[in-house]
Design a protein around this ligand. Sequence first.
Ligand code: ADP
Length: 437
Amino acid sequence: MNPQLLFWIPAVLRLLLVMIGGAVIGAFFGPVAGLTLAFTAVTALAFLQLYYLNRLDNWLDNPDSEKIPDGFGSWTGVFARLYKMRRDDERNQMELTEWLARFRQAMSQLPDGVALMDDVLFLEWCNPVAQAHLGLDLERDKGMRVTNLVRHPAFMDYIILGRYDEPLTLTLRGRKLIVHIIPFENRRQILVTHDATESERIDKMRRDFIANASHELRTPLTVINGFLEIAASQPNLDLPTRQSHIKLMSEQGQRMQHLVEDMLTLSRLESADLPLHSEKVNIKALLDQIQREAAALSGGRHVFSLTVAGPDIKGNTEELRSAFTNLVTNAIRYTPAAGKIDLAWTETDDGAQFSVRDSGIGISPKHIGRLTERFYRVDKSRSRETQGTGLGLAIVKHVLLRHHGKLEIESVAEQGSTFIAKFPKSAIYYQSGQLDN
Ligand code: ADP
């Protein structure tokens, strides 16, 4: 039925009832009694309306769906509808609060910083990453102008010029940040910050590596080209000179070959696509062979000792052979004749370790932390004279990383060094142990 009729019919009926009642009483007890009754009833009805109006007024001061009053007459419908509206409102608000909490949770999980600002750059909200990147504190800085909080000339220029279609790169608090401002909804702006420190570091490493590798390859190539030019321009050189030139050229050729081999090994080890193929490594057999090869390389100039007192491990034999050989070869190359080189495989509280101790030239403490960087050498000419590529310890570090191990270096200049390859307990091979691939 039409809601207007639903409202008016009962109201008119109530008034009619009062009038009929008054008329009936008037007929029996006289007009004064009838009018008095009608007046009293209309006044009572009016008070009833005022009473519910007052209750509505009170409820509006503190609108809680649970406390909504019960009604009488038309008020029943009014209160029922108010109750429904209030419940819908509460539900919407709850959904909105939940959604906002989820949104904030999602924003706080983002790896990038996000800050919301109004059209004049007053901070409204930001996630924890933005706080860390820009040095903000949401509680303290909310409502403040972002240009007063991030005081960096490049950032100021970026805001003044307003060229937001291009991101801004700036160094802030020791981090390289890529900052982007995105205007939205007319009166709001989002500021997004991305930490590019790590990718910049990797980029720099790659650039340095290419520069170093090219430099390393250029030297032997220049030597070989020089001798080839001599050979072309002076075809009648005597035999001993020609032979010495050929010997020098083949040495440089070998140097290039070592360098390329080491570069390939390193790039293979660094490749994330290459899983470690694990097997049982027979440590005794491996170290016996390495010691035999070392003795041959030393040509009797050094005194060797080998102790194998630890368990076998799980790992890749060829990778470990390459790492251990690099350590032993270095000991030979950096230890003068008659020096001592002790190789030891032992079990430790934390797992097992291979140590190579030499009585060689040693390393001063300032170099020790950088020895595993590619192409880092304490003495370039000594490294080259002994066929060094500058990549040996970088290879060792990567092999150990792939075996969840680490390299420790102890050294005293002029007295000798100890290089220790440490493996965790989980690498030890037990007879019943499962192999991890
Ligand atoms: P390289 O081919 O130059 O030996 P490595 O990466 O193997 O390259 O070693 C880096 C540098 O560490 C070497 O150039 C050398 O200065 C130093 N070094 C490595 N092993 C020893 C050692 N046993 N004694 C002294 N210095 C060493």
